[in-house]
Design a protein. Sequence first.
Length: 99
Amino acid sequence: MTLRAPPTLLRLGDRRLRDRSVPVTDFACASFQEAVRALDETLRGFRLSHGFGRAIAAPQIGIARRFIALGVEGAPPLVVNPEITWRAQEHQELWDDCM
């Protein structure tokens, strides 16, 4: 059994976090399945280490694809190709503890 190091979390200010992510088109692809595992393991490890964290997006570990791992009770464990379909006119700015 080979132990792998967990992916590095990209920090605020890393230019890769501003890159446009592309949709997932092949859900059965081995590289997508491995990326899902890496994202899930990263979220679980972060939660164990820090005691919080509800979600992590693939770009946060350097994968420019549109999917998110969730650790929220009652929510699906994975959201793929999310789209904003409605936006309120009011704006609110806050820091969240997703990661």
